[in-house]
Design a protein around this ligand. Structure first.
Ligand code: MG
Ligand code: MG
Length: 266
């Protein structure tokens, strides 16, 4: 799940011990396993309600708690955002996936007092060429951003990596929602925007953990929230992609806590 931009500046940045990062890795690996399962089973005809149930069941089986259910009143375990939906879509019994759709699934768990958070956009059957490019470029922008997660760099280095890569390919960056620090809270400081703005951003220090989550649009960067109070859609109804990893800052460089074997497939 994403943070709302501009509202977290007061939240403090917490540094984690090695033991806490190990727990966060375990939490994020439950998320990774769940996203891998969703990558495998997503196909035309399945409902987003079914995907939500399966994600929740696996999470509970791993002795963790779905992090989004009940978060500020969000009704489900999984955020499911189809095509022009950017983030925070609500699973539905009525919504069946169709060939050519893209589905962003965003999942989080709480495990032993710490959170994991990761997201992937899944093509449903064959998708059109510009949409394939959007998914590839968004994924690449996340990987380039992760390379910036080293002690001494600043949050702006992460933001710049995403923005430069996405905009170079003619896509646009969502500004209203941003990545975030993560730990014993789902959303904590610092904010991790996917675009650079004026002013100095926090320096990365060993033990910080950030959820980096580019939301990249085919058309305009502008978004709006539907009347359900949650679902964010693009203002021009063109498609949007979302990928997210939770990443720890270590002396040895970035440690991707939510790493999956099948990150690059589909
Ligand atoms: Mg998320
Ligand atoms: Mg997040």
């Amino acid at each position: 799940m994403t943070g709302a931009g501009g509202q977290q500046s007061a939240k403090s940045i917490l540094v984690k011990t090695a033991d806490e990062i190990k727990i966060m890795q375990d939490a994020n690996q439950i998320v990774a396993e769940t996203l891998s399962m969703l990558l495998d089973i997503t196909e035309p005809g399945i409902t987003t309600f079914e995907l939500d149930k399966m994600a929740e069941e696996l999470c509970l089986k791993r002795n963790s708690v779905p992090a989004f259910k009940g978060y500020h009143g969000f009704p489900s375990s999984l955020c499911v955002s189809i095509n022009e939906e950017v983030v925070h879509g609500i699973p539905s019994r009525k919504r069946k996936l169709k060939k050519g759709d893209i589905l962003s699934v965003d999942f989080g768990v709480r495990y032993k007092g710490f959170y994991g958070d990761s997201a992937v956009t899944i093509p449903v059957g064959n998708i059109k060429k510009p949409v394939q490019d959007l998914l590839r470029v968004t994924k690449e922008s996340l990987m380039l951003a992760i390379e910036q997660v080293v002690p001494g760099n600043r949050i702006a280095d992460i933001s710049r990596a995403v923005q430069n890569h996405a905009e170079k390919h003619g896509f646009s960056i969502v500004r209203q929602f941003v990545g975030h620090g993560i730990g014993a809270s789902l959303h904590e400081g610092p904010e991790v925007p996917n675009f650079v703005s004026k002013g100095q951003t926090p320096r990365l220090i060993e033990g910080m953990v950030v959820a980096i989550e580019p939301m990249v649009n085919l058309g305009t960067h502008k978004v709006q929230v539907l009347r359900d109070g949650w679902t964010v859609i693009t203002a021009d109804k063109k498609v949007s992609a979302h990928f997210e990893h939770s990443v720890a800052v270590t002396a040895n460089g970035p440690l991707v806590l939510s790493a999956r074997d099948n990150f690059t497939d589909k």
